[in-house]
Design a protein around this ligand. Structure first.
Ligand code: 13P
Length: 252
């Protein structure tokens, strides 16, 4: 069975409350109550409930950009997976490069977060990707191998149906330098092969793997129609309804 396409917008630390609500409402209005392409928006944490309200009744779902691995506790500034669920989210992003490299989140920490989020009933978009220096020294595959082996260690195979991988080469994020369709396909095929090794053929064949890094309406079609590319995780172009919806359309 063909895998569905899944396009998610990562709004990062952008939007104010009014802007978040109107962007979400515009996306929801156009997507409507059923959609062949799965669509998610991931606003900043303070806007999650308002955005969940704004997309209610549409096929658009909401994701948070991070969560903690504990259910509750003295963790100032953190969000428990249960809180993310309670705010109306279906998804959570785990392991975005801006948190791995900008905030020092390790493979071990990300593994704890992914397992806790899945156990709580959230769906996880698990982000991986190599730095430019790692690609240039031919270490792309070993980096992806490490991020997957450690990051997804001990994830119960039956919970893999609730996990999506986003391959986001760090050198393509926010730079306008998109991976070529061939580079994206090669990395995605490698990732799927690694999932076969860890979880078997069935899990791997059903796994959605998004590409992220400078996806725009004008480059989306070729990237999104590579055999192992099942969607996109969109940053900058998700902040305007028109450009985000054009990418959703390109996926269909
Ligand atoms: O980081 C990204 C999505 O998570 C990609 O960001 P850009 O689309 O702005 O390159």
């Amino acid at each position: 069975m063909a895998r569905p396409k899944f396009v998610a917008g990562n709004w990062k630390m952008y939007t104010d409350l009014a802007g978040a609500k109107s962007l979400a409402a515009a996306v929801a209005k156009e997507v409507g109550s059923s959609s062949k392409v799965q669509v998610a928006v991931c606003p900043p944490a303070p806007w999650l409930t308002a955005v969940a309200d704004a997309v209610k009744g549409s096929a658009v779902v909401v994701g948070a950009q991070n969560c903690h691995f504990e259910k509750e506790g003295a963790f100032t500034g953190e969000l428990a997976p249960q809180m993310v669920l309670g705010a109306g989210c279906k998804y959570v992003l785990i392991g975005h490069s801006e948190r791995r490299h900008g905030l020092g989140e390790t493979d071990d920490l990300l593994n704890k977060k992914a397992r806790a989020a899945l156990a709580a009933g959230l769906h996880v978009i698990f982000c991986i990707g190599e730095l430019l220096a790692e690609r240039e020294s031919n270490h792309t595959e070993s980096v992806l191998d490490r991020q997957i082996s450690f990051g997804l260690a001990d994830v119960p195979p039956e919970q893999m149906a609730n996990l999506v991988i986003a391959y986001e080469p760090v050198w393509a994020i926010g730079t306008g330098k998109v991976a070529t369709p061939e580079q994206a396909q090669a990395a995605h095929a490698f990732v799927r092969g690694k999932i076969v090794e860890m979880f078997g053929e069935k899990v791997a064949s059903e796994l959605l793997i998004q590409y992220g890094g400078s996806v725009k309406p004008d480059n989306a079609v070729t990237i999104l129609h590579q055999p192992d590319v099942d969607g996109a995780l969109v940053g900058g172009a998700s902040l305007k309804a028109d450009s985000f919806l054009a990418i959703v359309k390109a996926a269909g």
